[in-house]
Design a protein around this ligand. Sequence first.
Ligand code: ADP
Ligand code: MG
Length: 349
Amino acid sequence: MALTEISTLGEFGLIKHLTEEFPLKNPESVKGVGDDAAVLDFSHDPDTRVLVTTDVLLEGIHFDLVYTPMKHLGYKAAMVNFSDIYAMNGMPKQITVTIGVSKRISVESLDALYDGIRLACERHQVDLVGGDTTSSVTGLTISITCIGTAAKDKIVYRSGAKVNDLICVSGDLGAAYMGLQLLEREKTVFLQTKDGVQPDFAGKEYILERQLKPEARRDIIERLGQAGIVPTAMMDISDGLSSELLHICEQSKVGCRVYEEKIPIDFQTASMAETFNMNLSTCALNGGEDYELLFTVPLALHEQVNQIKGIKVIGYITDESEGTALVTRDGAELTLKAQGWNPLKNPVE
Ligand code: ADP
Ligand code: MG
């Protein structure tokens, strides 16, 4: 099938083509694509606050088109923004999408990118209300800005953790990082073999999906809300558990104790780490892009959080003077570092 060059549609034709199948879902979205600016209305509730976050993804830095399907890329670009809104205990409502495209990108691949964005928006009840389109000579760029809302007395910052609070994480960690290692290895093999042998990914679907198609944890925010729990501090895990925990401790002016044996890790992550001869805990602590939620709750809520599916307590908050420590399986205490810890070699450079 011949691919369509962007030039056949022109800039305005392309924008119309890409955005026409995004009907507005939220009453707060008054005017979407098509004028000089979108019009939003959040005035119906004086106790609502508006949240804004933005993320940019650059080809060659954040993604590799050799193994990243465009649809997944669109989905992920939207999802990482939703994740930031959830991490404030908010709900995403609108996005704007800015793309920088080179000549080698076809209309069909942009369609696939927007299919991914559309799927993410449908699943998370978000409206596409605008963006910008420009040409690029340095590969594909996607920047998404997300607007969300939160009840003003339920916004959760990184700075609210208190001594004795429990440290909780959703899902499991390290899988996206192991998925990336696998994709990178297969890419190398693929480029070295002339006949282009297709990789066998059987039994590794989960870690690949975690890397290529992460899912922002709206479900966890909803479950916490239903249980009437407002975390004291929260953030999403994009750079690795260690690094994020250090942010919470620094901003909350507290210390922490995290138990290595309690860090949730999936079986596929563990078996891939073994294949690559990597330290599993290092991968789970420092591998990025999990997009799980890391949060703290008062100790009194122990029973309640334990009953919520998909949440695990991994440690507790201490006084700042006690430092930030990882308690290993054999009971030793190591200082948490943003990138691996001594004497283990850190795989994330
Ligand atoms: P302006 O010249 O005012 O920047 P544009 O011609 O760039 O306007 O955009 C026209 C409309 O299309 C605006 O509503 C803008 O937000 C929207 N838009 C432009 N590019 C994109 C895109 N890549 N994705 C979604 N909406 C877009
Ligand atoms: Mg413009």
